[in-house]
Design a protein around this ligand. Structure first.
Ligand code: BG6
Length: 507
Protein backbone atom coordinates (compact mmCIF):
# COMPACT_ATOMS: atom_id res chain seq x y z
CA UNK A 1 0.00 0.00 0.00
CA UNK A 2 1.53 3.26 -1.15
CA UNK A 3 0.40 5.32 1.80
CA UNK A 4 2.00 3.05 4.38
CA UNK A 5 4.45 5.80 5.41
CA UNK A 6 1.60 8.21 5.89
CA UNK A 7 -0.23 5.64 8.01
CA UNK A 8 2.81 5.19 10.22
CA UNK A 9 2.95 8.93 10.78
CA UNK A 10 -0.70 8.97 11.73
CA UNK A 11 -0.16 6.41 14.41
CA UNK A 12 2.12 8.82 16.23
CA UNK A 13 -0.17 11.67 15.52
CA UNK A 14 -2.41 13.07 18.23
CA UNK A 15 -3.42 16.24 16.45
CA UNK A 16 -6.69 14.78 15.23
CA UNK A 17 -9.78 14.72 17.30
CA UNK A 18 -13.41 13.87 16.80
CA UNK A 19 -15.87 16.71 16.82
CA UNK A 20 -17.38 15.34 20.01
CA UNK A 21 -14.02 15.27 21.75
CA UNK A 22 -13.75 18.65 23.43
CA UNK A 23 -10.32 20.20 23.28
CA UNK A 24 -9.31 22.80 25.75
CA UNK A 25 -8.22 26.19 24.56
CA UNK A 26 -4.83 27.15 25.95
CA UNK A 27 -3.31 30.58 26.33
CA UNK A 28 -1.00 31.29 23.45
CA UNK A 29 1.02 33.71 21.33
CA UNK A 30 -0.03 34.24 17.73
CA UNK A 31 3.03 35.26 15.70
CA UNK A 32 1.87 36.69 12.40
CA UNK A 33 4.32 37.07 9.52
CA UNK A 34 2.77 39.39 6.92
CA UNK A 35 0.78 41.46 9.43
CA UNK A 36 0.72 44.50 7.15
CA UNK A 37 -0.67 42.47 4.24
CA UNK A 38 -4.01 42.10 2.63
CA UNK A 39 -5.00 38.73 4.10
CA UNK A 40 -4.36 39.94 7.64
CA UNK A 41 -6.53 43.00 7.05
CA UNK A 42 -9.37 41.31 5.21
CA UNK A 43 -9.56 37.96 6.97
CA UNK A 44 -7.28 37.29 9.93
CA UNK A 45 -7.92 40.28 12.22
CA UNK A 46 -11.69 40.13 11.66
CA UNK A 47 -11.65 36.37 12.28
CA UNK A 48 -9.78 36.80 15.59
CA UNK A 49 -12.18 39.56 16.56
CA UNK A 50 -15.29 37.51 15.87
CA UNK A 51 -13.86 34.61 17.85
CA UNK A 52 -13.14 37.07 20.65
CA UNK A 53 -16.73 38.34 20.58
CA UNK A 54 -17.94 34.76 20.78
CA UNK A 55 -15.70 34.11 23.78
CA UNK A 56 -13.76 31.50 21.87
CA UNK A 57 -10.32 33.06 22.20
CA UNK A 58 -8.07 31.94 25.05
CA UNK A 59 -8.37 33.83 28.31
CA UNK A 60 -4.96 35.31 27.71
CA UNK A 61 -3.33 35.70 24.31
CA UNK A 62 -0.81 37.89 22.57
CA UNK A 63 -0.61 38.71 18.88
CA UNK A 64 2.77 39.78 17.52
CA UNK A 65 2.47 41.31 14.07
CA UNK A 66 5.53 41.27 11.83
CA UNK A 67 6.32 43.16 8.68
CA UNK A 68 9.07 45.11 7.00
CA UNK A 69 7.48 48.48 7.60
CA UNK A 70 8.50 50.52 10.64
CA UNK A 71 5.13 50.66 12.35
CA UNK A 72 4.58 51.52 16.02
CA UNK A 73 2.29 49.45 18.25
CA UNK A 74 -0.26 52.27 18.23
CA UNK A 75 -0.28 52.49 14.46
CA UNK A 76 -0.56 48.72 14.16
CA UNK A 77 -3.50 48.67 16.55
CA UNK A 78 -5.17 51.46 14.56
CA UNK A 79 -4.76 49.35 11.39
CA UNK A 80 -6.27 46.35 13.15
CA UNK A 81 -9.23 48.47 14.25
CA UNK A 82 -9.63 49.84 10.72
CA UNK A 83 -9.75 46.30 9.34
CA UNK A 84 -12.47 45.35 11.85
CA UNK A 85 -14.64 48.27 10.78
CA UNK A 86 -14.15 47.38 7.13
CA UNK A 87 -14.38 43.57 7.23
CA UNK A 88 -15.79 42.19 10.48
CA UNK A 89 -18.81 39.92 10.07
CA UNK A 90 -20.27 41.33 13.25
CA UNK A 91 -20.46 45.07 13.89
CA UNK A 92 -17.58 46.39 15.97
CA UNK A 93 -18.62 46.87 19.60
CA UNK A 94 -17.04 49.50 21.79
CA UNK A 95 -17.19 47.22 24.85
CA UNK A 96 -14.06 45.12 24.96
CA UNK A 97 -12.56 46.67 21.83
CA UNK A 98 -9.66 48.36 23.61
CA UNK A 99 -8.89 45.21 25.51
CA UNK A 100 -8.83 43.26 22.22
CA UNK A 101 -6.58 45.78 20.48
CA UNK A 102 -4.11 45.84 23.36
CA UNK A 103 -3.28 42.21 22.66
CA UNK A 104 -1.63 43.34 19.42
CA UNK A 105 2.02 44.38 19.33
CA UNK A 106 4.13 45.09 16.30
CA UNK A 107 7.73 44.18 15.59
CA UNK A 108 9.49 45.31 12.38
CA UNK A 109 11.34 42.34 10.93
CA UNK A 110 13.54 41.66 7.96
CA UNK A 111 12.78 37.96 7.57
CA UNK A 112 16.17 37.26 6.00
CA UNK A 113 18.13 38.90 8.81
CA UNK A 114 18.98 36.41 11.54
CA UNK A 115 19.61 39.18 14.07
CA UNK A 116 16.05 40.54 13.78
CA UNK A 117 14.81 37.24 15.15
CA UNK A 118 16.51 37.97 18.47
CA UNK A 119 14.32 41.08 18.84
CA UNK A 120 11.33 38.99 17.98
CA UNK A 121 12.27 36.37 20.51
CA UNK A 122 12.69 38.99 23.24
CA UNK A 123 9.31 40.51 22.44
CA UNK A 124 7.52 37.15 22.48
CA UNK A 125 9.13 36.24 25.80
CA UNK A 126 8.47 39.64 27.32
CA UNK A 127 4.77 39.42 26.43
CA UNK A 128 4.57 35.82 27.67
CA UNK A 129 5.98 36.98 31.00
CA UNK A 130 3.72 40.06 31.23
CA UNK A 131 0.55 38.17 30.41
CA UNK A 132 1.42 34.89 32.10
CA UNK A 133 1.20 32.94 28.84
CA UNK A 134 2.94 29.56 28.60
CA UNK A 135 5.26 29.06 25.62
CA UNK A 136 2.49 27.98 23.26
CA UNK A 137 3.34 29.57 19.95
CA UNK A 138 1.34 29.61 16.76
CA UNK A 139 3.31 30.91 13.77
CA UNK A 140 1.18 32.09 10.86
CA UNK A 141 2.95 32.60 7.54
CA UNK A 142 0.97 34.94 5.35
CA UNK A 143 3.94 35.84 3.14
CA UNK A 144 5.22 35.42 -0.41
CA UNK A 145 6.03 31.73 -1.01
CA UNK A 146 9.73 32.40 -1.58
CA UNK A 147 10.03 33.63 2.03
CA UNK A 148 8.61 30.53 3.70
CA UNK A 149 11.82 28.52 3.79
CA UNK A 150 13.99 31.30 5.15
CA UNK A 151 11.45 32.10 7.87
CA UNK A 152 11.13 28.53 9.09
CA UNK A 153 14.89 28.13 9.04
CA UNK A 154 15.37 31.32 11.06
CA UNK A 155 12.66 30.31 13.52
CA UNK A 156 14.70 27.22 14.10
CA UNK A 157 18.18 28.73 14.31
CA UNK A 158 16.99 31.58 16.55
CA UNK A 159 15.50 29.03 18.95
CA UNK A 160 12.06 30.71 18.79
CA UNK A 161 10.49 27.43 17.85
CA UNK A 162 12.04 25.56 20.77
CA UNK A 163 9.34 26.12 23.30
CA UNK A 164 8.40 24.61 26.63
CA UNK A 165 4.81 24.54 25.41
CA UNK A 166 3.55 23.57 21.95
CA UNK A 167 4.37 25.11 18.59
CA UNK A 168 2.40 25.11 15.36
CA UNK A 169 2.96 26.50 11.91
CA UNK A 170 0.08 27.67 9.77
CA UNK A 171 0.98 28.09 6.16
CA UNK A 172 -0.97 29.60 3.29
CA UNK A 173 -0.98 28.35 -0.26
CA UNK A 174 0.68 28.04 -2.72
CA UNK A 175 2.38 24.97 -1.36
CA UNK A 176 5.03 24.65 -4.08
CA UNK A 177 4.45 25.22 -7.77
CA UNK A 178 4.79 21.61 -8.89
CA UNK A 179 5.47 18.20 -7.37
CA UNK A 180 9.20 18.74 -6.96
CA UNK A 181 9.03 22.20 -5.40
CA UNK A 182 6.25 21.05 -3.06
CA UNK A 183 8.40 18.12 -1.92
CA UNK A 184 11.40 20.41 -1.41
CA UNK A 185 9.31 22.85 0.59
CA UNK A 186 7.90 20.10 2.74
CA UNK A 187 11.36 18.74 3.44
CA UNK A 188 12.50 22.18 4.56
CA UNK A 189 9.47 22.70 6.80
CA UNK A 190 9.91 19.32 8.37
CA UNK A 191 13.40 20.34 9.55
CA UNK A 192 11.76 22.88 11.87
CA UNK A 193 8.28 21.42 12.50
CA UNK A 194 6.80 17.94 12.74
CA UNK A 195 3.99 17.04 10.32
CA UNK A 196 1.51 17.19 13.21
CA UNK A 197 2.60 20.77 13.89
CA UNK A 198 2.07 21.94 10.30
CA UNK A 199 -1.38 23.29 9.42
CA UNK A 200 -1.69 23.84 5.66
CA UNK A 201 -4.60 26.19 5.12
CA UNK A 202 -7.00 25.55 2.31
CA UNK A 203 -9.77 28.04 3.01
CA UNK A 204 -12.27 25.89 1.07
CA UNK A 205 -11.99 23.38 3.92
CA UNK A 206 -13.16 26.11 6.26
CA UNK A 207 -16.41 26.68 4.40
CA UNK A 208 -19.26 25.39 6.56
CA UNK A 209 -20.93 23.45 3.73
CA UNK A 210 -17.65 21.72 2.91
CA UNK A 211 -17.18 20.81 6.56
CA UNK A 212 -20.67 19.31 6.49
CA UNK A 213 -19.76 16.94 3.69
CA UNK A 214 -17.83 14.60 5.96
CA UNK A 215 -20.92 13.79 8.02
CA UNK A 216 -23.67 14.33 5.46
CA UNK A 217 -24.34 10.68 4.72
CA UNK A 218 -23.96 9.61 8.32
CA UNK A 219 -26.44 12.24 9.49
CA UNK A 220 -28.82 11.56 6.57
CA UNK A 221 -28.90 7.83 5.89
CA UNK A 222 -31.56 8.48 3.24
CA UNK A 223 -28.90 10.20 1.17
CA UNK A 224 -26.56 7.27 1.63
CA UNK A 225 -28.79 4.99 -0.37
CA UNK A 226 -28.96 7.56 -3.18
CA UNK A 227 -25.24 8.16 -3.34
CA UNK A 228 -24.59 4.79 -4.75
CA UNK A 229 -22.92 4.04 -8.04
CA UNK A 230 -26.05 2.34 -9.30
CA UNK A 231 -27.90 5.66 -8.93
CA UNK A 232 -25.34 8.36 -9.64
CA UNK A 233 -24.64 9.35 -13.24
CA UNK A 234 -21.92 11.89 -12.57
CA UNK A 235 -20.62 14.43 -10.08
CA UNK A 236 -19.87 18.03 -11.06
CA UNK A 237 -17.81 20.40 -8.96
CA UNK A 238 -17.61 24.01 -10.01
CA UNK A 239 -15.85 27.05 -8.57
CA UNK A 240 -16.77 29.83 -10.96
CA UNK A 241 -15.83 33.43 -10.42
CA UNK A 242 -16.71 36.76 -11.96
CA UNK A 243 -13.53 38.48 -10.80
CA UNK A 244 -10.55 38.66 -13.12
CA UNK A 245 -6.92 38.47 -12.18
CA UNK A 246 -7.35 41.60 -9.98
CA UNK A 247 -3.97 43.05 -8.97
CA UNK A 248 -2.30 39.66 -8.67
CA UNK A 249 -0.88 39.18 -12.16
CA UNK A 250 2.65 38.77 -10.78
CA UNK A 251 1.57 35.58 -9.04
CA UNK A 252 -1.35 34.46 -11.18
CA UNK A 253 0.36 34.67 -14.56
CA UNK A 254 2.70 31.89 -13.38
CA UNK A 255 0.13 29.93 -11.42
CA UNK A 256 -2.94 29.85 -13.65
CA UNK A 257 -6.24 28.29 -12.66
CA UNK A 258 -4.64 24.87 -12.40
CA UNK A 259 -2.33 25.82 -9.52
CA UNK A 260 -4.47 28.60 -8.05
CA UNK A 261 -7.71 26.63 -7.72
CA UNK A 262 -7.50 23.04 -9.01
CA UNK A 263 -4.50 21.48 -7.27
CA UNK A 264 -5.79 22.65 -3.90
CA UNK A 265 -9.43 23.77 -3.59
CA UNK A 266 -11.06 21.66 -6.29
CA UNK A 267 -9.18 18.46 -5.47
CA UNK A 268 -10.01 19.00 -1.80
CA UNK A 269 -13.67 19.27 -2.80
CA UNK A 270 -13.34 16.03 -4.77
CA UNK A 271 -11.90 14.30 -1.70
CA UNK A 272 -14.57 15.68 0.61
CA UNK A 273 -17.39 14.74 -1.79
CA UNK A 274 -16.12 11.24 -2.41
CA UNK A 275 -15.66 10.51 1.29
CA UNK A 276 -19.17 9.23 1.53
CA UNK A 277 -18.95 8.06 5.11
CA UNK A 278 -21.83 5.93 6.31
CA UNK A 279 -20.65 5.96 9.91
CA UNK A 280 -19.19 8.44 12.31
CA UNK A 281 -15.44 8.11 12.30
CA UNK A 282 -12.66 10.03 13.91
CA UNK A 283 -11.08 13.04 12.33
CA UNK A 284 -7.87 11.06 11.95
CA UNK A 285 -9.71 8.42 9.94
CA UNK A 286 -11.29 11.13 7.81
CA UNK A 287 -7.84 12.35 6.85
CA UNK A 288 -6.81 8.81 5.97
CA UNK A 289 -9.94 8.29 3.88
CA UNK A 290 -9.19 11.49 2.01
CA UNK A 291 -5.73 10.22 1.22
CA UNK A 292 -7.24 6.97 -0.01
CA UNK A 293 -9.55 8.93 -2.33
CA UNK A 294 -6.84 11.09 -3.83
CA UNK A 295 -4.63 8.06 -4.21
CA UNK A 296 -7.41 6.31 -6.15
CA UNK A 297 -7.87 9.07 -8.72
CA UNK A 298 -7.02 7.48 -12.04
CA UNK A 299 -3.74 8.99 -13.28
CA UNK A 300 -3.87 11.02 -16.46
CA UNK A 301 -0.79 10.76 -18.65
CA UNK A 302 0.82 13.75 -20.28
CA UNK A 303 0.00 12.33 -23.73
CA UNK A 304 -3.62 11.56 -22.92
CA UNK A 305 -4.34 14.70 -20.87
CA UNK A 306 -5.91 16.54 -23.82
CA UNK A 307 -8.75 13.99 -23.83
CA UNK A 308 -9.73 14.86 -20.27
CA UNK A 309 -8.69 18.45 -19.73
CA UNK A 310 -9.86 21.80 -21.12
CA UNK A 311 -7.98 25.03 -20.57
CA UNK A 312 -9.09 28.51 -21.40
CA UNK A 313 -8.22 32.19 -21.16
CA UNK A 314 -10.71 35.06 -21.05
CA UNK A 315 -11.12 37.66 -23.73
CA UNK A 316 -12.76 41.06 -23.29
CA UNK A 317 -16.48 40.94 -22.56
CA UNK A 318 -19.06 42.13 -20.08
CA UNK A 319 -19.66 41.25 -16.45
CA UNK A 320 -22.97 42.36 -14.97
CA UNK A 321 -23.41 44.85 -17.79
CA UNK A 322 -19.94 46.41 -17.37
CA UNK A 323 -17.27 46.03 -20.04
CA UNK A 324 -14.12 44.24 -18.89
CA UNK A 325 -10.75 43.84 -20.59
CA UNK A 326 -9.15 40.63 -21.80
CA UNK A 327 -6.68 38.69 -19.69
CA UNK A 328 -3.86 39.67 -22.03
CA UNK A 329 -4.62 43.36 -21.46
CA UNK A 330 -4.60 43.06 -17.67
CA UNK A 331 -1.73 45.04 -16.08
CA UNK A 332 1.25 42.83 -15.34
CA UNK A 333 0.21 39.95 -17.62
CA UNK A 334 2.86 38.84 -20.16
CA UNK A 335 2.17 40.05 -23.70
CA UNK A 336 1.72 36.61 -25.21
CA UNK A 337 0.85 34.84 -22.01
CA UNK A 338 -0.50 31.33 -22.49
CA UNK A 339 -1.65 31.17 -18.91
CA UNK A 340 -4.97 29.46 -18.13
CA UNK A 341 -7.74 31.41 -16.40
CA UNK A 342 -10.13 28.48 -16.87
CA UNK A 343 -9.65 24.78 -16.28
CA UNK A 344 -12.04 21.85 -16.58
CA UNK A 345 -11.37 18.14 -16.36
CA UNK A 346 -12.98 14.74 -16.22
CA UNK A 347 -11.60 12.33 -13.67
CA UNK A 348 -12.40 8.93 -12.24
CA UNK A 349 -11.94 7.55 -8.76
CA UNK A 350 -10.99 3.91 -9.00
CA UNK A 351 -12.52 2.61 -5.81
CA UNK A 352 -15.60 0.47 -5.24
CA UNK A 353 -17.78 3.43 -4.24
CA UNK A 354 -17.19 5.49 -7.39
CA UNK A 355 -15.84 3.14 -10.03
CA UNK A 356 -16.45 4.56 -13.53
CA UNK A 357 -18.62 7.44 -12.35
CA UNK A 358 -17.19 10.57 -13.98
CA UNK A 359 -16.32 13.52 -11.77
CA UNK A 360 -16.17 16.78 -13.69
CA UNK A 361 -14.36 19.71 -12.16
CA UNK A 362 -14.10 23.26 -13.42
CA UNK A 363 -12.99 26.66 -12.26
CA UNK A 364 -12.57 29.92 -14.09
CA UNK A 365 -12.26 33.66 -13.74
CA UNK A 366 -14.48 36.22 -15.45
CA UNK A 367 -17.39 33.84 -15.84
CA UNK A 368 -21.05 34.82 -15.86
CA UNK A 369 -21.60 34.34 -12.15
CA UNK A 370 -19.93 33.55 -8.86
CA UNK A 371 -20.89 30.04 -7.94
CA UNK A 372 -19.14 27.30 -6.00
CA UNK A 373 -21.20 24.16 -5.90
CA UNK A 374 -21.27 20.41 -6.07
CA UNK A 375 -23.98 18.82 -8.21
CA UNK A 376 -24.69 15.12 -8.12
CA UNK A 377 -26.64 14.06 -11.16
CA UNK A 378 -28.65 10.88 -10.87
CA UNK A 379 -29.27 8.38 -13.62
CA UNK A 380 -32.26 9.29 -15.70
CA UNK A 381 -34.45 6.35 -16.71
CA UNK A 382 -36.36 8.47 -19.21
CA UNK A 383 -33.09 9.31 -20.97
CA UNK A 384 -32.01 5.67 -20.95
CA UNK A 385 -35.17 4.53 -22.73
CA UNK A 386 -35.03 7.53 -25.08
CA UNK A 387 -38.30 8.97 -23.84
CA UNK A 388 -39.26 12.16 -25.63
CA UNK A 389 -37.51 15.10 -23.91
CA UNK A 390 -40.65 17.22 -24.44
CA UNK A 391 -42.27 15.34 -21.60
CA UNK A 392 -39.90 17.29 -19.41
CA UNK A 393 -38.33 14.56 -17.34
CA UNK A 394 -34.84 15.67 -16.44
CA UNK A 395 -32.23 14.06 -14.24
CA UNK A 396 -32.72 14.38 -10.52
CA UNK A 397 -30.01 16.50 -8.99
CA UNK A 398 -28.64 16.89 -5.51
CA UNK A 399 -27.16 20.37 -5.38
CA UNK A 400 -24.83 21.46 -2.62
CA UNK A 401 -24.26 25.18 -2.83
CA UNK A 402 -21.14 26.41 -1.14
CA UNK A 403 -20.69 30.01 -2.20
CA UNK A 404 -22.03 32.72 -2.35
CA UNK A 405 -25.18 31.05 -0.97
CA UNK A 406 -25.14 27.98 1.15
CA UNK A 407 -27.75 25.35 0.80
CA UNK A 408 -28.79 21.90 -0.24
CA UNK A 409 -31.50 21.25 -2.77
CA UNK A 410 -32.95 18.26 -4.49
CA UNK A 411 -34.34 18.67 -7.97
CA UNK A 412 -37.29 16.46 -8.78
CA UNK A 413 -39.77 16.11 -11.68
CA UNK A 414 -43.38 16.79 -10.78
CA UNK A 415 -46.21 16.12 -13.23
CA UNK A 416 -48.42 19.03 -14.14
CA UNK A 417 -51.95 18.03 -13.09
CA UNK A 418 -53.54 19.21 -16.33
CA UNK A 419 -51.02 17.78 -18.80
CA UNK A 420 -48.60 14.95 -19.37
CA UNK A 421 -45.64 17.24 -18.91
CA UNK A 422 -43.27 17.15 -16.00
CA UNK A 423 -41.92 20.35 -14.51
CA UNK A 424 -38.83 20.66 -12.30
CA UNK A 425 -39.49 21.18 -8.61
CA UNK A 426 -36.91 21.85 -5.93
CA UNK A 427 -36.78 20.93 -2.30
CA UNK A 428 -34.55 23.60 -0.83
CA UNK A 429 -32.73 23.97 2.42
CA UNK A 430 -30.81 27.20 2.62
CA UNK A 431 -29.02 28.67 5.56
CA UNK A 432 -28.67 32.31 6.41
CA UNK A 433 -25.07 33.04 5.57
CA UNK A 434 -24.92 36.11 7.81
CA UNK A 435 -25.10 33.88 10.86
CA UNK A 436 -22.41 31.56 9.55
CA UNK A 437 -18.88 31.72 10.79
CA UNK A 438 -16.33 32.69 8.17
CA UNK A 439 -13.90 30.03 6.94
CA UNK A 440 -10.97 31.74 8.66
CA UNK A 441 -12.81 31.85 11.99
CA UNK A 442 -13.39 28.11 11.91
CA UNK A 443 -9.88 27.34 10.73
CA UNK A 444 -8.08 29.59 13.20
CA UNK A 445 -10.15 28.20 16.03
CA UNK A 446 -9.33 24.62 15.01
CA UNK A 447 -5.63 25.42 14.71
CA UNK A 448 -5.57 27.03 18.16
CA UNK A 449 -7.35 23.99 19.58
CA UNK A 450 -4.98 21.65 17.75
CA UNK A 451 -7.60 20.05 15.54
CA UNK A 452 -6.10 19.44 12.10
CA UNK A 453 -9.19 17.83 10.52
CA UNK A 454 -9.89 20.63 8.08
CA UNK A 455 -6.31 21.28 7.07
CA UNK A 456 -4.50 19.66 4.18
CA UNK A 457 -2.25 16.84 5.29
CA UNK A 458 1.05 16.48 3.39
CA UNK A 459 -0.17 13.15 1.99
CA UNK A 460 -3.12 14.89 0.33
CA UNK A 461 -1.00 17.73 -1.00
CA UNK A 462 1.68 15.47 -2.43
CA UNK A 463 -0.82 13.13 -4.11
CA UNK A 464 -2.70 16.12 -5.56
CA UNK A 465 0.52 17.36 -7.13
CA UNK A 466 1.23 13.84 -8.44
CA UNK A 467 -2.10 13.85 -10.28
CA UNK A 468 -1.57 17.38 -11.58
CA UNK A 469 2.07 17.01 -12.63
CA UNK A 470 1.57 15.27 -16.04
CA UNK A 471 -1.09 17.86 -16.90
CA UNK A 472 1.36 20.67 -16.11
CA UNK A 473 3.86 18.95 -18.36
CA UNK A 474 1.27 18.66 -21.13
CA UNK A 475 0.60 22.41 -20.78
CA UNK A 476 4.29 23.16 -21.09
CA UNK A 477 4.68 20.93 -24.12
CA UNK A 478 1.68 22.65 -25.71
CA UNK A 479 -0.22 19.37 -25.93
CA UNK A 480 -3.47 20.91 -24.70
CA UNK A 481 -5.01 23.77 -26.70
CA UNK A 482 -5.65 27.06 -24.90
CA UNK A 483 -9.23 28.02 -25.81
CA UNK A 484 -10.42 31.57 -25.44
CA UNK A 485 -13.79 32.53 -23.98
CA UNK A 486 -15.59 35.80 -23.78
CA UNK A 487 -15.67 37.34 -20.30
CA UNK A 488 -19.14 37.02 -18.77
CA UNK A 489 -19.93 33.67 -20.41
CA UNK A 490 -19.88 30.17 -18.96
CA UNK A 491 -16.39 29.43 -20.32
CA UNK A 492 -14.97 27.86 -23.47
CA UNK A 493 -17.20 25.73 -25.71
CA UNK A 494 -14.70 22.92 -25.37
CA UNK A 495 -15.73 22.56 -21.73
CA UNK A 496 -19.32 21.94 -22.83
CA UNK A 497 -18.08 19.45 -25.41
CA UNK A 498 -16.17 17.55 -22.70
CA UNK A 499 -19.47 16.63 -21.04
CA UNK A 500 -21.50 16.34 -24.23
CA UNK A 501 -19.13 13.59 -25.34
CA UNK A 502 -20.47 11.63 -22.34
CA UNK A 503 -24.10 12.74 -23.06
CA UNK A 504 -24.11 15.13 -20.10
CA UNK A 505 -24.09 18.87 -19.63
CA UNK A 506 -22.92 21.20 -16.88
CA UNK A 507 -25.49 22.21 -14.30
C1 BG6 B 1 -8.07 31.84 -3.72
C2 BG6 B 1 -7.52 32.09 -5.08
O1 BG6 B 1 -7.42 30.76 -3.11
O2 BG6 B 1 -9.46 31.55 -3.82
C3 BG6 B 1 -8.25 33.22 -5.76
O3 BG6 B 1 -6.14 32.41 -4.98
C4 BG6 B 1 -9.74 32.97 -5.76
O4 BG6 B 1 -7.78 33.41 -7.08
C5 BG6 B 1 -10.22 32.60 -4.37
O5 BG6 B 1 -10.38 34.15 -6.22
C6 BG6 B 1 -11.66 32.16 -4.41
O6 BG6 B 1 -12.13 31.98 -3.11
P1 BG6 B 1 -13.68 32.07 -2.75
O7 BG6 B 1 -13.74 31.75 -1.30
O8 BG6 B 1 -14.11 33.47 -3.10
O9 BG6 B 1 -14.38 31.07 -3.62
Amino acid sequence: MQNKGILDKFNKDDSFTTVAEKREMQNLTFVLFGATGDLAQRKLFPALYNLYLEDKMPTSFSVIGLGRREWTNEYFQSKVEESLHAHSRRPVQSAGLQNFLEKFQYCPLDVTDKLSYQNLRSLIEQREAELGIPQNRLFYLSVAPQLVEVITENLKTSGINQTKGWKKLIIEKPFGSDLKTAQQLNKKLSEAFEEVEIYRIDHYLGKPMVQNLASLVFANPALGSLLDLKQVANVQISANETVGVENRAGYYDHAGAIRDMIQNHLLQLVMMTALHLPEKITAKEIALKKIEVIESIRPVSKEDAHNHVVRGQYEAGEILGEPVISYLDEPGVGMNSKNDTYFAARLYIDNPAWQDIPFYIRSGKRLDKKSTKIVIEFKNKAKEINMHPAEGIRSNLLILEINPNEGISLKLNIKEPSSDRFEPAYINFTTNSEDQSEAYELLLLDAMLGNATFFAHWGEVELSWKWIQPILEAFEADLIPLHTYRAGTTGPDAAEALLEADTFNWW
